[in-house]
Write a protein that binds this ligand. Structure first.
Ligand code: SF4
Ligand SMILES: [Zn+2]
Length: 456
């Protein structure tokens, strides 16, 4: 760093100013002479305006200081307008102790606030007096970290909003998180929410460790196409998929990481739901564990919940993801013969009712004995599903056509898919998903016709 001496001097002087400020804050004589009379005057003013104010004597405590900033906790202040005025007053008083032009400046009021660790905190921020609505201000936590997947960011942000809203009930947060985990299990979260993005700091070949999923994905991309070698600090998107059925156990995370393009192209890959549930659980746990000691239980809606996210995960009831199982079965049928017993059982469910088709003869059977015994109803249901999925796909294609105007370009052909590779677009994943569902539904109709020995 150029002029590191000057930088060190600035940091050192900042630290000295902070230590002086903390001493002033904690000094008992200052409490009696400065803060208490000022607070009483402010409280009297608030009372005259008909607002609720605290009654106990105010105590100021420095709870966190970082290079050039100070977090002061005002005990027994219930009204944030009082806190705001007192903050301005404290900053003015402390500025008097520093030589000009050094000044302390009041910045904002947090109500409530979670101080997780050094440089990691989040709170409901009010910048001005009488602000009607707070904004969530977060530093260093998962909601704003760019290497986190949008799923974790969204779940954490919404959970914090619920927790910060009166009555600050943890049971509401728990209900929300459990609902999101259920949605992950049932495949109701869009693919782009699962994508992580991490920057490569070296060329993919220069990394010694093999434990970085994004490096592994970059290596795979480079080996396929040397021209796609990532640049310095380029962010590599990747997501975590399930391993193949015959290598489920002992698989490294790096082997489960795939680029979004590969994931979309491959019909045998699916999102690793347990990994993402665990990942969101760990992020929530880091944040919530710190609240547990002070706040304990929440009891609105008659539900008691501890601030222990690991316990929420342990106690929750699992949901059966029938539609996902049917999709895996269809993928396995379409792509390969069954190689392992796990794959065999995965494909061994009826595509209509989810029942077992073990007793049905025929290796490519898609209907159970009960569904096969009423061919008209079963075929009608399968064909109706195929029509609905085709319509869904057609609708997403219309959005893409309006966006890229593919059919208007010379050589553009309407019946072919739109050749767009914008992986940042949510419609991109929607279109690929709808295309796959439509193909699967068509395959199921064909396979059922074959099983029932009917003609199209
Ligand atoms: S995927 Fe998105 S960007 Fe690409 S054509 Fe469709 S709407 Fe446009
Ligand atoms: Zn059935």
């Amino acid at each position: 760093m150029p002029n590191s001496g000057i930088a060190d001097a600035i940091v050192s002087l900042g630290r000295q100013a902070l230590i002086r400020a903390t001493d002033t804050l904690h000094d008992a004589s200052n409490h009696a002479l400065k803060w208490v009379p000022k607070t009483e005057a402010l409280r009297a003013l608030e009372r005259s305006q008909g607002r609720a104010v605290g009654t106990l004597p105010v105590r100021c405590e420095n709870v966190y200081g970082d290079t050039d900033s100070l977090f002061v906790k005002l005990h027994h202040v219930v009204n944030r307008n009082v806190a705001h005025d007192l903050g301005v007053y404290i900053a003015e008083e402390m500025s008097k102790e520093n030589p000009p032009p050094v000044k302390m400046k009041y910045e904002k009021c947090y109500l409530p606030c979670i101080l997780q660790t050094k440089k990691r905190y989040v709170g409901n921020m009010y910048e001005h007096k009488n602000d009607p609505h707070p904004t969530i201000d977060a530093k260093g936590i998962e909601t704003i970290r760019v290497d986190q997947c949008p799923l974790t960011q969204k779940i954490m942000l919404k959970s914090l909003k619920l927790l910060f809203q009166p009555p600050h009930d943890i049971a509401r947060v728990r209900a929300f998180v459990l609902k999101q985990w259920r949605k992950i299990e049932q495949g109701r979260i869009p693919v782009q929410d699962f994508i992580f993005c991490k920057a490569v700091k070296l060329a993919p070949g220069e990394y010694r460790s093999n434990n970085n999923p994004h490096v592994q994905v970059a290596r795979r991309l480079t080996s396929k196409n040397p021209g796609a070698k990532p640049l310095f600090k380029e962010r590599i998107p990747y997501l975590i998929a399930h391993g193949h059925a015959d290598q489920m156990y002992g698989t490294k995370l790096t082997e489960l990481a795939w680029s979004p393009d590969d994931f979309i192209e491959s019909t045998s890959l699916r999102i690793n739901e347990p990994y993402y549930i665990r990942h969101t659980m760990m992020a929530m746990k880091r944040m919530m564990l710190i609240c547990g000691a002070g706040l304990g239980f929440g009891s609105v809606h008659g539900v008691h919940a501890k601030f222990d996210v690991a316990l929420w995960m342990k106690d929750r009831s699992r949901t059966k993801n029938l539609s996902a199982r049917i999709r895996i079965a269809t993928r396995l049928n379409r792509t390969s013969s069954h190689r392992t017993i796990t794959q065999y059982f995965a494909s061994n469910i009826c595509r209509l009712c989810g029942g077992s088709i073990a007793n049905t003869t025929g290796t490519r059977a898609v209907l159970c004995a009960a569904c096969a015994s009423r061919p008209q109803t079963s075929m009608y249901q399968l064909q109706r599903h195929a029509r609905a999925t085709r319509l869904d796909h057609w609708k997403t294609l219309q959005v893409c056509r309006a966006c890229s105007k593919c059919e208007e370009t010379p050589g553009g052909r309407e019946e072919e898919g739109v050749p767009c590779v914008t992986t940042d677009c949510s419609v991109y994943y929607g279109e690929k998903g709808a295309q796959e569902k439509s193909a699967e539904a068509r395959y199921q109709v064909k396979a059922a016709l074959g099983q029932l020995k009917l003609k199209e």
